[in-house]
Design a protein around this ligand. Structure first.
Ligand code: BTN
Length: 244
């Protein structure tokens, strides 16, 4: 991964650029920018992307059915968490894709896929990591609940070596993804997730589901046991922990 890199000082969104070029680019191509003016988060939210972060998109062509594309979000979250853990920080994953340190978000992932019938033509993994910003660099309305690697480690981080470590780790996880049963990756993901066993409230565009998170399905959907003891699987949504 990262044999070919498109670097920009400023873009609207690296995911938009990646989607424009994905059809004609090789697997593993990276789009990366110093700042994004229109950074996008999940569920139509804005993603604040000032100087000091790593804002990037990785183009993959895994040739998998579309329903398995969300698995790559878990693979990516696992890779980010592993690299941060190797720096000595206790990174955890909040379903589906927030990487957090001490309960504060340090990374978000936005996976977008294009499919022909049910086969994925390409997947764009959009990865945003708060690296060298101070909290004052993040607008106040986004600050609560966010942190940066610099704040957590108390020192400046070399973004290039972080990126090298991350690309090696993502490549390894991607090889595992293609060669091993997905249950292996899921087990590693579960070991780093702090969502299972918690009381959660998940908001989807159509409704709110409350209950206890009891597991994830092989496709990464969250399984919630509700007060009436029935279970529900949620593919995508915003998850809030009822108790911190
Ligand atoms: C989220 O947690 O809501 C996902 C945030 C994803 C942000 C990254 S930054 C690089 C890429 N380009 C975007 O516009 N978004 C993703």
């Amino acid at each position: 991964l990262g044999q070919s890199i498109h670097y920009f000082e400023e873009v609207n969104s690296t995911n938009n650029v990646a989607k424009e070029i994905a059809a004609s680019e090789e697997e593993g191509t990276l789009v990366i920018a110093e700042i994004q003016k229109g950074g996008r988060g999940r569920m139509g939210r804005e993603w604040v992307s000032p100087h000091g972060g790593i804002w990037m998109s990785v183009i993959l062509k895994p040739g998998i059915p579309l329903r398995h594309a969300s698995r790559l979000t878990l693979v990516t979250g696992l890779a980010v968490a592993n690299v941060i853990r190797n720096m000595g920080l206790d990174a955890r994953i909040k379903w589906p894709n927030d990487v957090r340190i001490n309960g504060k978000k340090v990374c978000g992932i936005l996976t977008e896929a294009k499919a022909e019938v049910d086969r994925v033509e390409y997947v764009v993994l959009g990865i945003g990591i708060n690296v060298n910003m101070d909290l004052k660099d993040i607008p106040e309305s986004f600050r609560t609940g966010s942190t940066t690697l610099k704040v957590e480690l108390g020192r400046h981080i070399k973004r290039v070596s972080f990126l090298q470590d991350f690309l090696l780790e993502l490549e390894q996880q991607y090889i595992n993804f293609k060669t091993q049963p997905f249950s292996h990756i899921l087990n590693d993901w579960l070991a780093l997730s702090d969502t299972i066993g918690r009381e959660v409230k998940v908001t989807t565009p159509s409704r709110i589901i409350e209950g206890k998170a009891v597991g994830v399905t092989p496709d990464g959907a969250l399984i919630i046991r509700k007060a009436d003891d029935t279970k529900e699987e949620i593919i995508a949504g915003r998850c809030i922990y009822v108790r911190p």
